[in-house]
Design a protein around this ligand. Structure first.
Ligand code: ZN
Length: 237
């Protein structure tokens, strides 16, 4: 294991310790594991749908999955229960879907159903952005309708800016209802566009373990903060 990885694991361990036993430690009633939401981690695209592509030919779907796997790892370290929409490079459509558009809709329906059928779920959907102007860069968070998602999204955006890319001035926004998955779920959800594959420098960073790890730690830390806010709001602490 590389030294930086050891340092990150120690940092993650301290973060989790503080979150669980420091700031989150209850003064009245313990916060039970069963009260914690299940986080659905969604690696966007997959299989025949690779999403955006870097100039060097790397597919968004692969980067999304690599980041989701790191998120899964760090969340597991913190005792957060997760469900992954996909763990391989596959489309999630039903076998009967013949045409590409039908397969895409079936794939998104599967993801939406998984969120809706997971009791108390909160969704984090991981994507990479692209734009015609290659100078545009920076992670951006889009949140679903509702105060919980807005608070969570704004804090996640701030954490990504502070921890990963201080030059990033992007603000969190409510997701457009044109985004099919988000129009078909009712649970608090974030769409995290981790960066722009159309920006050469950012694309090269997004391909590295180091940058993916920093993104994943920031998103995990922001989630733990959101958990703390929700517990306070419900009188749990
Ligand atoms: Zn995408």
């Amino acid at each position: 294991m590389k030294p930086w990885m050891v340092m990150l694991l120690i940092a993650a361990g301290i973060l989790c310790f503080l979150a669980r036993w420091g700031k989150l430690v209850p003064t009245v009633a313990p916060v039970e594991y069963a009260q914690w939401p299940v986080v659905v981690l969604d690696a966007g695209h997959g299989g025949e749908d690779g999403g955006a592509v870097t100039a060097s030919g790397h597919r968004e779907s692969d980067i999304n999955l690599q980041i989701v796997q790191k998120l899964d790892y760090f969340m597991a370290l913190c005792g957060v229960e997760t469900v992954l929409t996909r763990t391989e490079d596959v489309s999630l459509h039903t076998p009967g879907a013949d045409e590409r558009g039908e397969r895409k809709q079936s794939d998104l329906d599967y993801r939406a159903q998984l969120v809706e059928q997971t009791p108390g779920a909160m969704l984090i959907s991981i994507h990479q952005n692209q734009y015609s102007d290659p100078s545009v860069s920076g992670a951006q968070v889009f949140y679903s309708v509702g105060d919980v998602a807005r608070q969570w999204g704004e804090f996640t955006q701030q954490t990504l800016c502070d921890v990963v890319d201080p030059a990033n001035t992007k603000k969190a926004k409510q997701v457009s209802q044109d985004v099919y998955l988000f129009a078909h779920i009712t649970r608090p959800a974030l769409l995290v566009e981790c960066g722009f594959l159309s920006n050469g420098l950012e694309a090269s960073l997004l391909l590295t373990d180091d940058y993916q790890t920093r993104l994943s730690l920031a998103i995990t830390g922001a989630y733990l903060h959101q958990l703390q806010m929700m517990n306070k709001a419900s009188g749990g602490i």
